[in-house]
Design a protein around this ligand. Structure first.
Ligand code: 5RP
Length: 228
């Protein structure tokens, strides 16, 4: 079993009958969705999945998970999602798969946000390896990019097959590589007040548990207690 699968197997152990479960996006979360489908069939339990992307919606249905949405479910019991970077405070960069807006909406409604990664995603500081994906509306996106560049990053339009990548929400992604992100919470807010920005891939204070898979097995990192 590979590191991603090991993490997904551990996460799916937390899924119980009757739960509303957020279905993450990306390769690691997809393994978890498939395992959840097997669990639903084998154990005869019922789970309502809240997809974080069109792809996880399709996959969830294909493996026999009942699909719901946040309008009908104010709270999500747990979500299993991947990440692109995880720091020691369990702050994340997400969205290299392009699903950051829905992922953040589902995470914000989730009681237990569980992140499944392999060891390559653990970083000393956010921005160490990955750019911060920023979802922007297509209208005058070059002007939005100028404003993003003024914040100290190198903004690049994400492409797919040579054309601008289009998110599930019909928007574009600008990948913003910062040298080193000293204060990710402030940067998350600053990015989101740039006109034209829908949301960004900094997930601050949302992850509760990170399950790290490796060739040796898994280890679990819990979010440190927050001062009152
Ligand atoms: C998608 C995401 C993914 O969770 C992230 O890119 C990790 O994907 P993978 O498990 O394939 O490495 O944020 O928007």
């Amino acid at each position: 079993m590979g590191p991603k699968e090991a993490a997904a197997v551990e996460a799916v152990k937390y899924v119980e009958d009757g739960m509303v479960v957020g279905l993450g996006s990306g390769s690691t979360a997809s393994i978890a969705i498939k395992l959840m489908g097997e669990k639903v069939k084998e154990e005869g339990i019922e789970v309502t999945g809240i997809p974080t992307s069109a792809a996880s919606d399709l996959l969830g249905r294909a493996v026999g998970i009942k699909i719901g949405d946040l309008d009908d479910h104010r709270h999500v019991d747990m979500t299993i999602d991947g990440a692109d970077e995880v720091d020691a405070d369990l702050n994340l960069v997400k969205g290299l798969g392009g699903a950051l807006v829905r992922e953040k909406m589902v995470a914000a409604a989730t009681r237990l946000e569980m992140i499944v990664v392999d060891e390559s995603k653990l970083v000393v500081y956010l921005g160490q390896k990955a750019p911060v994906p920023v979802e922007v509306v297509g209208f005058s996106h070059v002007s939005t990019m100028r404003r993003l560049a003024a914040l100290g990053c190198d903004p690049v339009v994400r492409l797919a097959d040579g054309k601008p990548y289009v998110t599930d929400n019909g928007n574009m992604i600008i990948d913003c590589k910062f040298e080193r992100i000293e204060d990710p919470a402030s940067l998350e807010s600053i990015l989101n007040v740039v006109p034209g920005v829908v949301d960004n891939g900094l997930f601050i204070g949302l992850a509760d548990k990170v399950i790290v898979g490796s060739e040796e097995g898994v280890h679990i990192i819990e979010r440190p207690e927050q001062p009152l």
